[in-house]
Design a protein around this ligand. Structure first.
Ligand code: TMP
Length: 204
């Protein structure tokens, strides 16, 4: 990834990932960094088509293995078309969601084989791994008040509790990369914690 820095922002729906990604982008740009802000699923034209299928509440018959592979397919296109080229140019990439979302939502949430999900995704992105992952933590009861009702968001609170638990377990397991930031308080207060974490963990 020649010179670039890859930061991912994770969290359950409604926790404020996009708002925090914008705050972080602005803070980095004001320090003179060149930043690419993107997201999964849907960070490319092809990914936009895949996102439409993944989130369509009408497509109730979507098989879980198809779901896992569609997220991985979106990610493969995104890595090849956006992430790797930006990192190759030495830019900072802020990506809302990456492989950890598949492990949390499809692995911990739906109960599918985590090792298989990691292996499929590792192959899909040629081993690309974030330098730093900020996990914004909030209880589902609170976060979901801000979420919509797409195909994933129609899942139960128990499902989201498993997803959150998955992120917290990953934070314990991959503490060197994945940092928990409590998404409590004002947007500015959370943004400050995110900024502190980035400055503490990365040499940029
Ligand atoms: P978004 O609303 O954050 O853009 O993400 C769309 C939905 O897709 C969200 O409910 C989380 C879900 N998701 C997964 O289930 N697995 C994944 O790998 C990713 C990237 C997202």
């Amino acid at each position: 990834m020649a010179g670039g820095t890859f930061i991912t922002i994770e969290g359950i729906d409604g926790v404020g990932k996009s708002t925090q990604a914008v705050c972080l982008r602005d803070a980095l740009e004001s320090k003179g960094h060149s930043v690419v802000h993107t997201r999964e699923p849907g960070g490319t034209r092809i990914g936009g088509e895949i996102r439409r299928i993944l989130l369509d509440p009408e497509l109730k018959e979507l098989n879980p293995q198809t779901e896992i592979l569609l997220y991985a397919a979106d990610r493969a296109q995104h890595a090849a078309e956006i992430l790797m080229p930006a990192l190759g140019r030495g830019q900072i990439v802020i990506c809302e969601r990456f492989v950890d979302s598949s492990v949390a939502y499809q692995g911990y949430g739906l109960g599918w084989d985590i090792e298989a999900i990691v292996r499929i995704n590792h192959w899909a992105v040629n081993g690309l791994t974030p330098s730093l992952t900020i996990y914004l933590d909030q209880i589902p009861q609170r976060a979901l008040k801000r979420a919509g009702r797409d195909r994933i968001e129609q899942r139960t609170l128990e499902y989201y509790a498993r997803v959150r638990n998955g992120f917290l377990e990953m934070a314990e397991r991959y503490g060197g990369r994945l940092v928990v930031v409590k998404a409590e308080g004002s947007i500015e207060a959370v943004a400050e914690q995110v900024w502190d974490t980035v400055q503490r963990r990365l040499t940029i």
